[in-house]
Design a protein around this ligand. Structure first.
Ligand SMILES: Cc1cc2nc3c(=O)[nH]c(=O)nc-3n(C[C@H](O)[C@H](O)[C@H](O)COP(=O)(O)OP(=O)(O)OC[C@H]3O[C@@H](n4cnc5c(N)ncnc54)[C@H](O)[C@@H]3O)c2cc1C
Length: 714
């Protein structure tokens, strides 16, 4: 984490600074008005306006103007003001400004600031130091910098008074995180903050709410007024997976007077979050998404931990690999081979620059080339272990390396959620159920046709019933969107949209859960297991099979501590997932046992098995997305773009920063809801303007980014 401390004599607390700032401004204005200066405008250094309050506080913290001057200590003050540092320019400008505008009244200013903050101590006492930092980091934003999307909405705070904006924003977020299970209103914040900032507080509160930085997740929905509110807009959300539920809930939370309905094809919600309850002891097992990646920032982790207070189990990142009967690879050798594997991957990164047409080359091609060099002169026994690591990568990407773009397969790496990876005891569907509470969800309503040629969108379901909507959010999986036999658009989606949907890869991953009478593996995998973490182990393929190995059952999760009975979950990544879907459950079980018995010949037959087939499932059509050869992360953004101001898109495959994950799918739902909100309010505004209906329709028909749409909203 960056150093977030602020140069000031005041406690590092955003509310305290707001109170101090308001008192400072009043005292300064009154002093200079008396002297005959009607308006005091802070000077600029380059393109930034000096923030007089922060300058005053910076100098106070530095021991006063004489000390700062003598010690030539203006640099940190300039940095805090976000000024480009050149000793002569910034330092001189700050010094001059201080001497001219602040020094003559510095005693008076100090008294005003201190009195105001002291008298408001009871308000401030309820907050803990550093609480705002933890809260803002959780929200995935930077404590002391204005984010690009904030800058787009609040441009006036980019070149001046940035710290004022940040203090308001950080205080609101901190206040929400104090009690994230409860509703928070803008009035709650207004009551505490100086009245000078009410306008900013309101705008910032609404922005944070609409963007899903506060009041998100399972916070109870506000009831509609009992006398009945005529709905402002009809929104249909197609697909009751995590993305669709997030969108629907967010719309209801932000605009209680919207009529929001979710149409879900299956008899259950959750889509690719599917907690199965086995007949044996009602054990809950997640057959789709299972791991919350990075609980400290992943919205699902935050909902599970802070709102639902569910028990999470950390995933043990170590994964012993069996290379023979009861034979775990020696840790030193394991580390050595992993280093070689990593060096092969590093070599492929270098090839991005070196190879002509790198954009058209697969990671697989590059990997094979690099592997030849790096494995040359290494013992043959290394090969199955390197292949094991490749399978692990194919699990993460849901695609064979041959299909992944060399240049862009890892484009989302810089954006990963911070924190441990965890699983939820009792199943991830608890989060889904909480999000669904209070929503109008209609199950068994597969949508087959979306007619969007008129202002009102007609949605036709499998039973021929028709629903009308002003806005439709399509939160169905990529494979469904791409297949007109499953979902037809009339007229067809524009070419740019169809191209984008084709440019995102649609990968596969399957699982088998095996329930046993005893945990025969424990004494070999984790003999001295003390921690409550969730463990896994790998089984390498025999050397003679390495050329044909597709990674089937290369790894098993030990679900025993999670579900309370001896159970393993075997993984089938990418091509293995697709090819095994053709086989019967018995054949898949036999294949899993064959791999398992390479390490544990004594393994008994399982008592019960559960097998997934995510590709053949007509409402999933695969597991999650990847970046194929010839494509890039930009395809996700275009897949996310709305069409004609009426069709909006959510889902894992629309999340450029967090693709593949349930957390990313959730955030995509929030984003789609935000776009609808912006569009609705823009339309309302345009109706009030001088646009004729025809001009207005034309305006709406433009393809727009959410940045475009949202401008002028706040
Ligand atoms: C095996 C597997 C393991 C995974 N592991 C993880 C993991 O550990 N961690 C993680 O973060 N992510 C994981 N994922 C990915 C994660 O599950 C998805 O990214 C996420 O759940 C996708 O959510 P979504 O709302 O975009 O789509 P979905 O969950 O697929 O929701 C789409 C919904 O649309 C419905 N639908 C489809 N067609 C129609 C129609 N015509 N009319 C109406 N409704 C329709 C579907 O029934 C479904 O409910 C895994 C996925 C799989 C398959």
């Amino acid at each position: 984490m960056k150093d977030c401390s602020v140069l000031s004599t005041l406690p590092d607390d955003p509310l305290c600074r707001l109170i101090g700032r308001a008192a400072f401004d009043r005292a300064l204005t009154s002093y200079w008005t008396e002297k005959g200066f009607a308006e005091l405008k802070a000077p600029r250094v380059g393109w930034r306006q000096i923030d007089l309050f922060m300058l005053f506080e910076g100098v106070r913290a530095g021991g006063g103007i004489h000390t700062v001057h003598q010690q030539r200590a203006f640099q940190p003050i300039a940095q805090q003001q976000r000024l480009a540092w050149t000793a002569t320019n910034a330092g001189n400008a700050l010094g001059k400004t201080y001497r001219k505008w602040l020094e003559p009244c510095e005693k008076l200013l100090a008294e005003a600031v201190d009195t105001a903050t002291q008298s408001d101590l009871p308000k401030l006492d309820c907050f803990n130091p550093g609480e705002h930092i933890a809260a803002v980091v959780r929200s995935g934003i930077t404590v002391n910098e204005i984010e690009p999307e904030e800058a787009a909405q609040f441009p006036e705070y980019v070149s001046a008074l940035t710290d004022l904006f940040l203090d308001v924003r950080n205080h609101i977020i901190r206040k929400w995180w104090r009690n994230p299970t409860q509703w928070l209103s803008t009035e709650d914040i207004e009551q505490e903050t100086p009245s000078e900032y009410t306008k900013l507080v309101r705008a910032c509160f609404r922005f944070l709410h609409w963007r899903g930085k506060i009041l998100f997740g399972a916070v109870p929905l506000q009831q509609l007024a009992s006398y009945g509110v005529q709905s402002l807009a009809r929104v249909l959300v197609i697909g009751g997976g995590i993305a669709g539920l997030a969108a629907a809930r967010h719309l209801r939370a932000c605009e209680p007077a919207f009529d929001v309905r979710v149409l879900e094809a299956r008899p259950r919600i959750g889509g690719r979050i599917w907690t199965h309850r086995a007949s044996l002891g009602q054990a809950s097992m997640d057959l789709g998404a299972m791991i919350i990646t990075g609980v400290r920032q992943n919205p699902l982790g935050l909902i599970a931990l802070y709102q639902l207070r569910l028990h999470l189990r950390e995933v043990d990142p170590s994964c012993p690999i069996f290379a023979g009967v009861h034979e775990v690879l020696d840790p030193e050798l394991d580390a050595k081979i992993e280093d070689i594997y990593n060096s092969i991957l590093e070599e492929t990164v270098k090839m991005r620059q070196k190879l002509r047409d790198a954009d058209r080359i697969s990671l697989g091609d590059a990997f094979r080339k690099a592997m030849k060099q790096k494995l040359h002169q290494q013992p043959d026994q290394f090969q199955p272990i390197v292949r094991w690591h490749v399978s692990n990568l194919e699990y993460a990407c849901a695609a064979p390396l041959e299909k992944l773009s060399l240049c862009h397969w890892d484009q989302d790496d810089p954006f990963g959620f911070e924190g441990e990876h965890c699983m939820v005891e009792g199943g991830l569907d608890q989060v889904v159920q909480a999000l669904a509470t209070g929503l109008n969800i209609q199950l068994r309503r597969p949508v087959q046709k979306v007619e969007w040629m008129n202002d009102t969108v007609r949605v036709v379901c499998g039973d021929g019933s028709v629903e009308l909507a002003d806005y439709v959010i399509l939160a169905v999986p990529l494979g469904v969107l791409r297949d007109p036999k499953l979902l037809r658009f009339v007229p067809e989606l524009p070419v740019w949209k169809r191209d984008a949907l084709r440019a995102v890869g649609n990968g596969n991953l399957n699982k088998i859960v095996l329930l046993f009478s005893c945990a025969f593996w424990i004494s070999h995998t984790h003999p001295d297991r003390k921690s409550a973490k969730l463990c896994s182990f790998g089984v390498a393929c025999p050397l003679e099979e390495v050329a044909h190995d597709d990674g089937r059952f290369y790894m098993f999760w030990d679900l025993t501590p999670l579900i309370g009975c001896p159970a393993l979950m075997g993984m089938l990544p990418a091509d293995a997932a697709d090819s095994m879907e053709m086989l019967s459950d018995d054949a898949i079980t036999a294949s899993a046992m064959q791999r398992l018995r390479l390490a544990f010949p004594e393994a008994p037959d399982p008592l019960e098995t559960v097998v997934t087939r995510w590709r053949s499932d007509q409402y999933s059509q695969g597991a999650y997305s990847y970046v194929p050869v010839g494509s890039s992360g930009a395809a996700y953004d275009t897949a996310a773009e709305s069409v004609d101001g009426r069709l909006f898109f959510a889902g894992e495959h629309t999340s450029r920063k967090h693709p593949t994950t349930a957390g990313g799918a959730y955030l995509s739902g929030i984003r789609a809801a935000y776009e609808v909100l912006c569009h609705f309010h823009e339309t309302k505004k345009a109706h009030r303007s001088t646009d004729t209906p025809a001009v207005h329709r034309l305006r709406c028909k433009r393809r727009r980014t959410d940045g475009d749409i949202a401008n002028d909203m706040f």
